[in-house]
Design a protein around this ligand. Structure first.
Ligand code: CO8
Length: 260
């Protein structure tokens, strides 16, 4: 599918989705969100895609937020729809049964920071800046930031970011758990793709199950979350991949995953 505001490249089972509006620092307008929705759905359907990397075009921004020019024209009902669209798209990304990796090459602000929060793994270049600057605009995060940020970094750090609106640099973002590694800009994409490749080489049903258990369990009391794990663990024994994975270990050969 051709996109106006995205570049999509699929190689070695890894789809790289690049938000491509560099003149607006890759800000998310309605069209870009709709295209992201289509790209994520496509990646979810394509059995050949085993991992997804999200990044921004150019060397300045990952995504500098929702498009402020477009947002400035919205009334309350339209703002509700726009927020609902963002929630739907990021929810779709979060629910993909493959690993999703953000390669944060520059500003990840507002909706851009929220996009990273919907990804499983986040890697940043030394030039990256993270922040939820909505209070500077008289707004609050509207694409899940108040909730996912709190779950990722804890309530006090989330409050500091959201209430001050201040940006943090990449090492600070790493220290607070907003990203995992900070690498030189020229190494970022390969670093992110390398991690994506590692996950993509593992048993796909196990990866999808583990991701689901971690995400669903985080919102449940521990007893219920552990019950969910027992169910997920046992369920794998009915499939081919677990049999193959254990057999391959015992036979000292690489596993041949069937994805069942
Ligand atoms: N939207 C639209 N255009 C943008 C955005 C944006 N978020 N960010 C930057 N741009 C544009 C600028 O307007 C400028 O355009 P032009 O060249 O036509 O003047 C161009 O990109 C370059 O930007 P700057 O000249 O400002 O570049 P600087 O290097 O001076 O500054 C910054 C870079 C610090 C990133 C600065 O551009 C900035 O502060 N941007 C805004 C960041 C921001 O506030 N993001 C949060 C937006 S709100 C949000 O994301 C809420 C999400 C939930 C929405 C729910 C809706 C209901």
């Amino acid at each position: 599918m051709g996109f106006e505001n995205l570049l999509v490249d699929i190689a070695d089972g890894i789809a790289t989705v690049t938000v491509n509006r560099p003149k607006q620092l890759n800000a998310l307008d309605q069209k870009t969100l709709e295209e992201l929705s289509a790209a994520f759905e496509q990646a979810g359907r394509d059995k050949g895609v085993r991992a997804l990397v999200v990044t921004g075009a150019g060397d300045k921004a990952f995504v500098a937020g929702a498009d402020i020019a477009a947002m400035s024209r919205l009334g309350p009902a339209e703002a509700r729809e726009f927020a609902a669209l963002g929630h739907r798209v990021f929810g779709l990304l979060e629910a993909l049964p493959i690993v999703t990796v953000a390669a944060v090459n520059g500003f990840a602000l507002g909706g851009g920071c929220e996009l990273t929060l919907a990804c499983d793994l986040v890697y940043a270049s030394e030039r990256a800046r993270f922040g939820q600057p909505e209070v500077n605009l008289g707004l609050v995060p509207g694409f899940g930031g108040t909730q996912r940020l709190t779950r990722r970094v804890g309530p006090m750090r989330a409050k500091e970011l959201v209430l001050t609106g201040d940006m943090v640099d990449a090492p600070t973002a790493k220290a607070m758990g907003l990203c995992l590694d900070v690498v030189p800009p020229e190494k970022l994409l390969e670093h992110a793709r390398g991690k994506a490749r590692t996950v993509a080489s593992r048993g796909p049903v196990a990866v999808a199950t583990a991701k689901r258990l971690i995400q669903q369990g985080a919102d449940l009391p521990l007893g219920e979350a552990n019950a969910l794990e027992r169910q997920g663990f046992a369920g794998l024994f009915g499939g081919e991949d677990a049999k193959e994975g254990m057999r391959a270990f015992l036979e000292k050969r690489p596993a041949q995953w069937k994805g069942t």
